[in-house]
Design a binder for this molecule. Sequence first.
Ligand SMILES: *Cc1c(COP(=O)(O)O)cnc(C)c1O
Length: 417
Amino acid sequence: MKLDEIRAAEAKLLLPTYERNPILFVSGEGVHLIAEDGQRFLDLLSGIGVNALGYAHPAITAAIADQSRKLIHVSNLYFHEGQARLAMRLTATSGLDRAFFCNSGTEAWEAALKLARAYAGLKRSEGQHLGTKFLALEHSFHGRTMGSVATTHKEKYREPFAPVMPDVEFVRFNNLGDLRAKFSKDVCAILVEAIQGEGGIRPVSQEFMAEARKLTESTGALLICDEIQSGLGRTGNSFAYQHYGIQPDVVTLAKPIAGGLPLGAMLCREEAARAIHPGMHGTTFGGGPLACAVALAVLETIEQEHLLEHVTDVGTYFKARLSELAEKHSAIVDVRGLGLMLAVELDSADLGKQVLAEMFNRQILINLTSETVLRFLPPYILQHKHVDVAITALDEILRERAPSTAASSSIGAKTNG
Ligand SMILES: *Cc1c(COP(=O)(O)O)cnc(C)c1O
């Protein structure tokens, strides 16, 4: 089928959940996606943080070929070696004790929410009061299923589906006073993305994270870190919370874990895992042999190719070059992020859309989150030369826009003054 036919068929037949870009990609190679007409796009988004090893990585294609010949699915009624081997790796790097495998980010998050409620119930049955309330953060994003949207801050994600899960309160971002005011023994968990993804690549402050850890420790509530976007090397550490020197009780993972195949994981401490027994939670597909085999190949490749160090190196270079651009272009109001989870905040949503479109015309893929934030989530195998291509393009685009942005920013400055 040609792109036009596909577009027409989808417009008629699919639930209209996405406005797709008008391009048909048919293959990929390293950090590039290749369209049907042969155009090569530099991918600085990697399928929204999924394709950490880029496209057609031999470790991934080999793992898929080998495992698919042996066993793709067997259900969770029988053993296979994949979950045990993957759990060994993930518990070793996270400092947590147990894993539950599922198929997506939102499912990992649902497992974490259910664990927190079940654990609070167990504590109550043991005579210690822990309530059912969740504290989530302003700008948070945890997924699209009912529990996940209930803990996601943006109203447009929750409101059409009301009533969503009750007992969620949102804490103002990095506001310690608000966190202390809203925390009590009625809270079963504080929910944190160490670096918020969809919310605009916003890092939680050291003080806020430390306070969230201290408060939860004081009552026995759980500190749950959503590492679905930031985890598994994206920030140059295995997990973003490791930049804060704290140990959460529960961690959720998904996006990059299985090289593009659907897989999610929830990791937790033994203490919380006490609340779960056979039959309480489950999944048909979750943690299947194929997804686990590929995840093991991804984690082994990250280790063997020293990709954490590489992400830190290229990410530091990328951020420094973005900061140089910020010096030159007043339309850039902030440069944020760690490793290869980076963002440039612009002074207007219109400019954001223009930059996105111009980058696309130059065959570079990025995306726009929170209206004004250009987000970069490239594959971990990105090189300095790819960063240079992106910076040159951004510089040109912002230079072309300079007269209007300079005018609007000086107007902004006057109004603010
Ligand atoms: C993407 C994302 C999710 C949801 O993952 P899905 O696989 O789309 O369900 C949850 N939390 C964070 C931080 C994410 O980035």
